[in-house]
Design a protein around this ligand. Structure first.
Ligand code: NAD
Ligand code: ZN
Length: 243
């Protein structure tokens, strides 16, 4: 019997380059909660109060008070089979780049090398007063954590109301516009400008393959329903059979 993964495996083998766009869903199986799904963080906490740059400047303790609900200790989280499958595809020469909205660093931990983190990373935090950089797992005690100069520390991630790092954005646009297949994995596609990347890819003639529990892209050419940690390894094993 033909595997449901076979047409997508064929597509990726035939049409290169392939680029992936990932969202919170790919890290859900690593134990990191998504934001907008049912029971997600933004049902409990209003992001404009807890995760916007204006709110952070006004009262940073709000952000830091819920940070532990999301990722308490950066080093404690491990990549899952979904992240590892993408790293494997890259090493097979079949995935040129990963554009991720995630700030958890799990793609790199899984071994992906060509990664753009368009919303930054929790890996570093820095003092908003003197700019000194710290390593995220060594967050000083107290809320909000402070630098030795008493300035407040902020993670190197994009909060609501902040602009995206321009270089990362340019890479993302270039990769989206230059790919012939885009894998869109575990994103609800509501956060701009990330949500427009699949449209850019499509406009330039790429085929879209969505991997999600629920379909978010009506213009996807293929929809692989299920958990990223199950679907992606199945897809890679199908490609190994064919290549
Ligand atoms: P989202 O929370 O809005 O949506 C998550 C999507 O993943 C949904 O479409 C859901 O159906 C799907 N999903 C859930 N579990 C899945 C699984 N096991 N396999 C496949 N799909 C699954 O996430 P988003 O679109 O990425 O946007 C949220 C924003 O918040 C991002 O831009 C990101 O910066 C940030 N965020 C990051 C992390 C992280 O770093 N791990 C986690 C939450 C949110
Ligand atoms: Zn400082």
């Amino acid at each position: 019997m033909e595997s449901i993964y076979q047409p997508v495996a064929d597509l990726i083998l035939r049409r290169q380059p392939c680029v992936a766009l990932t969202g919170a869903g790919i890290s859900a199986e690593s134990g990191i909660p998504t934001f907008r799904s049912k029971g997600g963080l933004w049902e409990k906490f209003d992001p404009t109060v807890y995760a916007s740059i204006e709110a952070f400047r006004g009262d940073p303790s709000k952000y830091w008070s819920i940070r532990g609900e999301f990722i308490r200790n950066y080093d404690a989280y491990q990549p899952n089979p979904g992240h590892r499958a993408l790293a494997e595809l890259e090493s097979m020469g079949l995935l040129r780049h990963v554009i991720t909205q995630n700030i958890d660093g799990l793609h790199r931990k899984a071994g992906s090398r060509s990664v753009t983190e368009i919303h930054g990373s929790l890996r570093e935090i820095f003092c908003i007063q003197c700019g000194k950089e710290y390593r995220a797992p060594n967050i000083p005690e107290g809320t909000p954590p402070r630098c030795e100069c008493e300035g407040v520390l902020k993670p190197n991630t994009v909060l609501f109301g902040e602009s995206l790092p321009i270089q990362a954005l340019e890479t993302a646009w270039r990769e989206a516009g230059g790919c012939r297949v885009m894998l869109v994995i575990g994103t609800s596609a509501v956060v701009q400008p990330a949500a427009s990347l699949p449209f850019i890819a499509k406009e330039h003639g790429a085929a879209l393959v969505e991997v999600n529990l629920d379909k978010a892209f009506s213009n996807a050419d293929y929809f692989l329903e299920g958990k990223a940690g199950t679907v992606l390894p199945e897809l890679v094993s199908e490609m190994r059979k064919q290549s």
